[in-house]
Design a protein around this ligand. Structure first.
Ligand SMILES: O=C(O)CCC(=O)C(=O)O
Ligand SMILES: [Mn+2]
Length: 236
């Protein structure tokens, strides 16, 4: 895996995607790169996710305030993983909460997607893997546990279609919805990075990729600002 200090030439391969029309002021910068991964790339990534899950099993997080279980199950790969539970709240940590082991490495193909879709020259630190069974969804929320709020968030969809919803910088108001299909990559950059978003539902049986109904989403995030991060290379 590329270490968290590695810079890459962002001009090597790029897919800027198409901007989602902002539903509210302050929601610009969300881009959809449709079919960025072809069928072979999706199958290879699904296999890589299976290997990650074999090492770092899916678990069901709980809401910090209420202890209510999430409807999605989760795991992570990369140097840091996002976890949530009643005892410790929302946070990033370097180890799996159940096994205590470090998260598995991020597959190189995932890093390639990050660089190609963001045009940034620094890598993400966390790759959250969400498993949506039929009926699972994700309520409207902002990704706000990262100090690196200027770094984009990239999400890769595998398996069944999902209806993704983008709102504005505060809760409520107009929203836009977009169907995310297997192989699509969504980028929240610019102002949209700080906007509310969620997944209303998945559409079971719309993809055969996973051999079962359901959807995998990989969310890539930078947690510590690259320039000031403890892992930043020394200058000169
Ligand atoms: O599943 C998705 O498309 C979005 C996931 C998400 O917003 C998150 O994990 O924070
Ligand atoms: Mn999110």
């Amino acid at each position: 895996m590329a270490p968290a200090t590695e810079r890459r030439d962002p001009t090597r391969r790029q897919d800027g995607g198409v901007e989602i029309p902002p539903p509210q002021p302050g929601a610009a910068g969300a881009r959809l790169c449709e079919a960025m991964l072809d069928g072979a790339a999706q199958a290879a990534l699904a296999e890589a996710v299976r290997a990650i899950v074999a090492d770092a099993p899916l678990y069901r997080p709980t809401m910090p305030k209420t202890g209510k279980p999430f409807s999605v199950r989760m795991t992570n790969c990369g140097p840091l993983g996002w976890v949530a539970d009643k005892a410790g709240g929302y946070r990033y940590q370097a180890t799996h909460p159940a096994t205590g082991r470090p998260w598995p490495a991020m597959p190189p193909a995932v890093l390639d997607v990050w660089f190609a879709a963001t045009g940034r020259d620094y890598p993400p630190e966390a790759c959250l893997i969400n498993w949506y069974e039929p009926g699972a969804k994700m309520g409207m929320h902002r990704d706000e546990d990262e100090a690196a709020q200027d770094a984009p968030v990239v999400s890769i969809s595998l398996g069944d279609d999902a209806r993704f919803r983008l709102g504005g910088p505060t809760r409520g108001g107009k929203t836009a919805s977009v169907i995310l299909r297997s192989g699509d990559v969504l980028v929240l950059d610019g102002p949209s990075r700080r906007c509310f978003h969620g997944v209303d539902r998945i559409y079971p049986g719309t993809s055969t990729l996973l051999g079962a109904a359901g959807r995998i989403n990989l969310t890539l995030r930078r947690v510590t600002p690259f320039e000031t991060g403890a892992d930043a290379p020394s200058s000169g």
